[in-house]
Design a protein around this ligand. Sequence first.
Ligand SMILES: [Zn+2]
Length: 396
Amino acid sequence: MALHDPLSIRTGWHEHFHLARTLLNETEAEILRSRSMSNLNTSVLQTEKRCIFCGNKPNDKNREHVIPRWLISLTGDPKREWHLGFRMDRPDKPERRYAADQYVFPACESCNSRYSALEDRAKSHVEKLLNDQLLTAQEWDDLMDWFDKVRIGLWIGNMTLNKDWHIPNPNFYIDQRIAKRDRCLLVYQHPDPENIGLNFIGTMDPVFYYLPSVFMLVTNSLIFINVSYEFMLSEQMGFPYPRKTGFGEGEHARQKYVEDFAATYNACAPFLRFNLFPPKMAAYQAMLLEAGFDDEVYASLVANDYIKSKHLPGEPIKSQICTLYDGKPQFLQPDEVLGSANGQAPAYVELLKHCVRLLEFRHSLLDHLLGAQLGDRNLFKTLKRYNNEAIRKVQQ
Ligand SMILES: [Zn+2]
């Protein structure tokens, strides 16, 4: 039983810190050149302790296990060593190593306890999936809340850990991003059904720091890919989406705008713009835009019967969980069981191939952001170079 599980699969791209350092220097230079983003020069995470949940100064010395103890125990010895990359400012130093159960970040005690019930439910859901049991739509909804928590927790946590890198100022923490954006969770069988271990992939590099939208979690015999960003699924799931997005001008240069909303009221696969490998099971969920409810056009689109019928009862912005059976969309009632994707035969795909596909997905997201003129062009181009290099390293 292999208990050595580095946080990132040993593809070598973290080891190539000299290239990373060069690209990060370029990134920093780009940001300094761009006056509109000059407030990103120092991240608040580099100067003070912030609660990973609420973003305030933690009111006590509580610590949060971003990767919960139950998951660490489920996947090996809780005292095993994790390898957490190099210090970019001191590449001559050995790789950072932590005992898995010491991978903790500041949090308020009250914030921490607010999430303990979700942790308990997530544990039960993950164990069921590992035991080949199916989950209801309600349980998938829960599990995706938990994946939002882990993804954003890893984002804030890993940026806190890598203080020596250039990191952005986070404009949200876990509380502000759970169940707020369209999201999906894809599940694959690990090529080795006896695999014991935990990897999280794509969460500790500059691309993730500027784009914490996609990551992969390997948990024993299952591989999870979690993706979430604004309007990722809305158009294809028949929900309102903006036909125009961009940044304002002058004093509003840093404010993103979305306008000219439309909806097809028809769910049409594929949901993602980019083809990941066909999953064994997948859950997709669109989120309504809370800020849009005051907008006349948006509100009238939301009032349509299609949207009403697909809206999750008792939830202000969540759609019902949707899945694809034989490639056909099906919305599920909360107590309905989400089955396997049927026709899309669950192929055993090598972990490295999943990694490459994940990095290519990030590439397409950066292209999309560049095409839609969302954000700093030079920064995104530099991140694309970094990502390309990562793809090259993985494929070596
Ligand atoms: Zn807090």
